[in-house]
Design a binder for this molecule. Structure first.
Ligand SMILES: Nc1nc2c(ncn2[C@@H]2O[C@H](COP(=O)(O)OP(=O)(O)O)[C@@H](O)[C@H]2O)c(=O)[nH]1
Ligand SMILES: [Mg+2]
Length: 243
């Protein structure tokens, strides 16, 4: 990846907040590391890892590519359900990566053969339950649909780790450009209400509107990911409460 490509944005796009600029420079350092189709193939690691999850077609690949400012880092496929493995990306300095992203297979795509679908849901479930370095989860949800039953199942599945503060959660309400201001506020309020049920004193849960098209929410998402990398909180009790 060519770092000078970061200067691509038009003037109005350049964030003035230095913290946002720094966070975006960091997310833009994302580069492909490796692919695993079995949990046992994942590298042993102590880098804080963030998993990207979402229903097929929710905009997960597009969100990753937008954060990374990279057209094809995560393949935004016209055939959803095709990415049936875990892709890992490294972040930070080339010689000393300081964070990692895991792009998990999208779920809920009906045309994936039932056997393969179950197997992949199991790989994802095992990853989310057992990956020790997992510091956070970014869930992409189409803002027009809100949480689907499958999204809700995944949230239920991770609620214990999230509730303990071991794993942080950011929900990106994607494709926000498809809604007007009022609809956006409503979608955000609804998602906040659902997520409030998961909140505990220890949890770190946030939700934000996001659009790859308008770049709405991009700076905030980058800031959150940067903060997670800097204080992963994977050692329970090691972190002071933030509120
Ligand atoms: N209007 C709009 N379309 C988007 C946005 N993000 C993704 N899409 C479209 O939604 C479809 C699915 O996106 P993709 O990233 O492949 O979804 P994935 O299956 O979750 O990885 C594609 O046609 C994208 O162009 C967005 O922010 N705005
Ligand atoms: Mg995809």
């Amino acid at each position: 990846m060519n770092p000078s490509a970061n200067a691509r944005s038009s003037d109005s796009d350049i964030p003035t907040d230095p913290a946002v600029r720094e966070a975006l420079a960091w997310t833009q350092s994302a580069r492909f590391f490796t692919t695993a189709s079995l949990l046992s193939q994942l590298p042993a690691s102590d880098l804080p890892e963030v998993a990207f999850v979402g229903r097929s077609n929710a905009g997960k690949s597009t969100a990753i590519n937008t954060l990374a400012q990279h057209r094809r880092l995560a393949f935004a496929s016209k055939t959803p359900g095709r990415t049936q493995h875990i892709n890992l990306f490294d972040l930070g300095p080339a010689e000393a990566p300081d964070g990692r992203w895991a792009d998990l297979p999208g779920y809920g795509y009906a045309a994936v053969a039932r056997g393969a679908k179950l197997r992949w849901q199991q790989v994802m479930a095992d990853y989310l339950a057992m990956r020790h370095v997992l510091a956070g989860i970014v869930m992409m949800v189409d803002c027009r649909h809100g949480f689907t039953p499958l999204d809700q199942q995944l949230l239920d599945f991770v609620s214990e780790r999230v509730g303990r503060g071991e794993v942080k959660l950011l929900v990106l309400l994607t494709k926000a450009d498809k809604l007007n201001r009022n609809q956006q506020s409503r979608a955000l309020a609804q998602a906040q209400t659902s997520l409030a049920e998961m909140a505990t004193d220890a949890s770190d849960i946030s939700v934000s509107l996001f659009s790859a098209l308008s770049r709405q929410g991009l700076g905030d998402a980058a800031l959150t990911l940067r903060q997670w990398q800097q204080s992963p909180g994977s050692a329970p009790g090691a972190e002071p409460a933030s509120t």
